[in-house]
Design a binder for this molecule. Structure first.
Ligand SMILES: Nc1ncnc2c1ncn2[C@@H]1O[C@H](COP(=O)(O)OP(=O)(O)O)[C@@H](O)[C@H]1O
Ligand SMILES: [Mg+2]
Length: 304
């Protein structure tokens, strides 16, 4: 996926509010009465709703016809074998596929009921509200403080005391404040992998998001650092809606409330290997009594 540099450029280049009113047209998060499709959260508001979402890279159909609702303040896991379109699908939730020139998204993705792909929506604002944490921790080559202050500064926060507060609160929420409070001015690149990943979570939190998307956030970390991130996710879900891609089924079973199982099969006509959402339900159901035989085969380790 995109590198630090690309992300940075993208934020800078497109940080232009066309009509100058500072508003990108996204609604404030509000509570909606509708229920989700992930059984456990009946009654929870839907934050993200994908309807008939397909993504092409050029002529290649990577993932097809996904229908999936993400309930608020919960952890939704996306699992499935490599190449089935999990990352592709995750990126549709905050328009990160916009950064891949060949990618084309069809269908709709609604965020609190608003079409994220509407021409009037500012993708930079989308990525502020819906933050992303990547597989490989990608702190900017700046100080710890400047990493966390990056988003707020771009958004126009200049006052030192305000920035200090945001940085401290974000680092506290990301469970890393105690480890770094005495070295905020040192480079972020000198931290351990687990610390860097929590810093990246703090950096996302500093922009006051509503949703955190995490693409295999622990796959570059050791078991202890992984455990800390998993604990942190449980704390964060009181305040944020989390969607995590993981190829680690035990992790999905441990941390998530709802699980979406993706799979890819070769289409006999096109010969393309296209991903689809096979089954989406509460995590308990997916791992104990799934409806689809393919889910059963995957979770019991018969393929993947
Ligand atoms: N930037 C890209 N350009 C072309 N094809 C891509 C790109 N990213 C992913 N793909 C292809 O799309 C399919 C789904 O990939 P991906 O979403 O990364 O799957 P997963 O995250 O489940 O491993 C794969 O066949 C992959 O090779
Ligand atoms: Mg992936």
């Amino acid at each position: 996926m995109s590198t630090v540099k690309e992300n940075e450029d993208q934020i800078v280049v497109s940080d232009v509010d066309a009509d100058g009113d500072g508003v990108a047209g996204l609604p404030a998060p509000v509570v909606h009465p509708e229920s989700s499709e992930a059984g456990e959260h009946v009654g929870a508001a839907t934050v993200l709703q994908a309807t008939d979402v397909s993504v092409h890279y050029g002529d290649f159909l990577a993932v097809r016809d996904v229908n999936m609702a993400v309930p608020e303040k919960s952890i939704t896991a996306m699992i499935g074998p490599s190449g089935c379109g999990k990352s592709t699908m995750l990126r549709t939730f905050n328009r990160m596929n916009d950064l891949i020139p060949s990618a084309r998204v069809s269908g709709t993705v609604a965020y609190h009921g608003v079409d994220l792909y509407d021409g009037r929506i500012d993708p930079v604002e989308v990525r502020r509200r819906i933050g992303m944490v990547f597989q490989k921790p990608n702190p900017f080559p700046k100080s710890i403080f400047d990493n966390v202050a990056y988003g707020p500064r771009i958004a126009g926060t200049r006052k030192k005391s305000e920035l200090n507060d945001i940085v401290e609160q974000s680092l506290i929420k990301a469970a890393i404040w105690d480890e770094v409070k005495d070295r905020l001015k040192t480079s972020a690149t000198g931290m351990s992998g687990g610390q860097q990943q929590r810093l990246c979570i703090a950096r996302a939190i500093a922009s006051s998001p509503d949703v955190l998307l995490m693409d295999e956030p622990c796959s570059a970390l050791d078991p202890i650092a992984t455990g800390r991130i998993e604990e942190l996710m449980q704390e964060l879900k009181d305040e944020y809606t989390i969607v995590i891609v993981t190829h680690n089924m035990q992790q999905a079973a441990r941390v998530s409330d709802g699980t979406a199982f993706f799979n890819a099969e070769v289409d006999p006509v096109s010969s393309q290997r296209t991903g689809e959402l096979v089954e989406y339900s509460s995590t308990v159901k997916i791992f104990s009594n799934p409806d689809d035989e393919r889910t059963e085969n995957y979770i019991t380790g018969r393929f993947g």
